[in-house]
Write a protein that binds this ligand. Structure first.
Ligand code: ADP
Length: 247
């Protein structure tokens, strides 16, 4: 990543009008896919992603089944119309890698030992991509898993922070991802205080790394509230607003 132009103005405002500590607008809707066991739709800035969860169900092919726990399978896929230039619908190396990191980010939150010889399938379909789609996908996937009634130790919440104009900022957008100095996606279990994904594209000093991680974790904590309210809204209707006011 080599930065060629200023992405933060003299007032500290970024290309999309945010300050350094601001998240993009996030909207989560639970239970949007009729035929899935659990599902969620997320808008994270201009990212638009649907996640559908199936299972626990029988494993096919059968030899993939594990005697002591459930197999978690994840597929991250970008639709051909999700990017500015048509994306080839065949799975790319990037999508195979992101599918793997999403699975690894979700696995520690799930009580897979409760469903031996079964499989859970998580489909992350990116309709519109805007930088940070893996974090938005993980955030929606954990809500969809909760919606499917899968036993969970915690919810998984994810957010990136990074370096732009030598400053550490929260929630990198597409332009900052492509033109900025560093992008660090993080997935976090807020109750277990456990990090389940940490990647870094770019370079940071050790002070910058610590600042970046702190910022990403703070972002994750705010996103957790949005996930919680989205689940409350589906399962308790308008009560969720009253519960929010009580706190
Ligand atoms: P993330 O979306 O998790 O930040 P990357 O850093 O790999 O993942 O990608 C950043 C952004 O680059 C994506 O959100 C998307 O907007 C864009 N992008 C990724 N792959 C393609 C592609 N094949 N064609 C066009 N744009 C792409």
């Amino acid at each position: 990543m080599t930065q060629t132009r200023n992405l933060i103005d003299e007032k500290g405002i970024r290309t999309d009008g945010r300050t350094g500590d601001e998240l993009r607008k996030i909207k989560i809707e639970v239970g949007v896919v009729k035929n899935a066991d659990g599902s969620a739709y997320i808008e994270f800035g201009n990212n638009k992603i649907i996640v559908a969860v199936y299972g626990p169900r029988e494993v096919h092919p059968k030899h993939m089944a594990l005697p002591d726990r459930c197999v978690l399978r994840c597929r991250y896929h970008m639709s051909p119309f999700s990017t500015d230039t048509r994306k080839n619908p065949a799975p790319s190396r990037r999508e195979v890698e992101i599918s793997k990191v999403i699975r690894e980010a979700l696995e520690p939150a799930l009580m897979l030992e409760d469903y031996p010889r079964a499989a859970i399938d998580v489909f992350v379909e990116v309709l519109q991509a805007d930088g940070g789609s893996r974090c938005a996908g993980i955030t929606a996937a954990s809500v969809a898993l909760a919606d499917a009634g899968i036993n969970m130790r915690d919810i998984v919440t994810a957010c990136a922070a990074g370096k732009v104009d030598e400053r550490i900022v929260l929630d990198i957008n597409d332009t900052e991802d492509k033109e900025g100095g560093a992008d660090m996606p993080v997935a976090y279990l807020p109750h277990l205080n456990q990090i389940t994904l940490l990647q870094l594209d770019g370079s940071l000093s050790s002070e910058q790394f610590n600042e970046c991680l702190d910022k990403a974790l703070n972002g994750c904590k705010s996103i957790y509230e949005i996930q919680r309210l989205a689940l409350m809204k589906k399962y308790f209707g308008s009560e969720s607003e009253e519960i929010r006011e009580e706190q």
